[in-house]
Design a protein around this ligand. Structure first.
Ligand code: CP
Ligand code: NVA
Length: 306
């Protein structure tokens, strides 16, 4: 169980198609109780932003593997008093076996990776959210049996989750459609990277038309309109994003077996309606559960097992 031994995961494209397939397979085995892995190592969680799912799912995964977790909240470490990242990184490197970081700037994550020998995991930056998308891929695979050939439509802001979805879908042979207001498209470098990975074999489509994007697709996915750190612009975003709301009417354009995903936390009545979130097409709670299984597989693969 050492497929990814020692590796950093700063973005989802740090993993190959085969490596993601391997992780999803192991996660499914762990979820079904078919394997019971042990990994007596120490995970640090350095989170500069709030988190429920990522914090708890990483912690429980590590505990279930027989390992330990240390919460390195900036408020209770010298990080919050301004100790430089390059100093913190070199010290934590001497204590921990692996470090998951949630921060704003992807460059901060890269700095930690540069100044440490231990594996660094992206637990969300403004640029990417790779662990989320591993769980999303597991959920789609559970629902449809395979990933290749399915189409996922993401509605809303071209943010961190949209970025990782674009790359993750392209890696797994899925078609991806991104429907955003024109001023909120994903970064062009991510679009180019996704198209390069896809090599023209799958759709990588950007549109400002949510109905065209939703037609016939197997997965409808949305996220908040204002991410953490964008709270000041939340009110002005609401009218711009309103046409992209994931509601019952939009769902009628999708495949009759389409599923609805949301990484959470959700704002009911904004990016998704209450009835869709709680409706029969929603797989949101399975998706949240899958964070734990896929991250357990990731930890075991990177750290190795006892
Ligand atoms: N989806 C997700 O990452 O949730 P948290 O912000 O609660 O960790
Ligand atoms: N795009 C959201 C995802 C939260 C899990 C954010 O960055 O706040």
């Amino acid at each position: 169980m050492e497929a990814l031994k020692g590796r950093d995961v700063l973005g989802i494209a740090d993993l190959s198609t085969e490596e993601i397939q391997g992780l999803l397979h192991l996660a499914a085995q762990l979820k079904a109780g078919q394997v019971n892995l042990r990994c007596n190592k120490v995970l640090g969680l350095l989170f500069y932003k709030a988190s429920t799912r990522t914090r708890v799912s990483f912690s429980v995964a590590m505990y279930q593997l027989g390992g330990q977790v240390i919460d390195l909240n900036p408020n209770v470490t010298q990080v919050g008093r301004g100790e430089p990242a390059v100093d913190t990184a070199r010290v934590l490197d001497r204590y921990l076996d692996i470090l998951a970081i949630r921060t704003f700037d992807q460059k901060e994550l890269e700095l930690f990776a540069q100044y440490t020998q231990i594996p660094i995991i992206n637990a969300l930056t403004d640029w990417e959210h790779p662990c989320q998308v591993l769980a999303d891929l597991l959920t789609v695979q559970e629902c449809f049996g395979s990933l290749a050939g399915t189409t996922l439509t993401y509605l809303g802001d071209g943010n961190n989750v949209a970025h990782s979805l674009m790359l993750g879908c392209a890696l797994m042979g899925m078609n991806i459609r991104i429907a955003t207001p024109s001023a909120y498209q994903p970064d062009n470098s991510i679009v180019e990277q996704a198209r390069q990975i896809s090599g023209g074999r799958t759709e990588v489509i950007l549109t400002d038309d949510p109905v065209i994007a939703a037609k016939g697709v197997q997965v409808l996915y949305t996220d908040v309109w204002a991410s953490m750190g964008q709270e000041a612009s939340a009110d002005e975003r609401i009218p711009v994003f309103h046409p992209y709301q994931l509601n019952e009417q939009l769902l009628t354009y999708a495949d009759p077996d389409a599923i609805v995903l949301h990484c959470l936390p959700a704002h009911r009545g904004e990016e998704i309606t209450e009835e869709v979130m709680e409706g029969v097409r929603s797989r949101i709670w399975d998706q949240a559960e899958n964070r734990m299984h896929v991250q357990k597989a990731l930890l075991a693969s990177i750290l190795g097992t006892d």
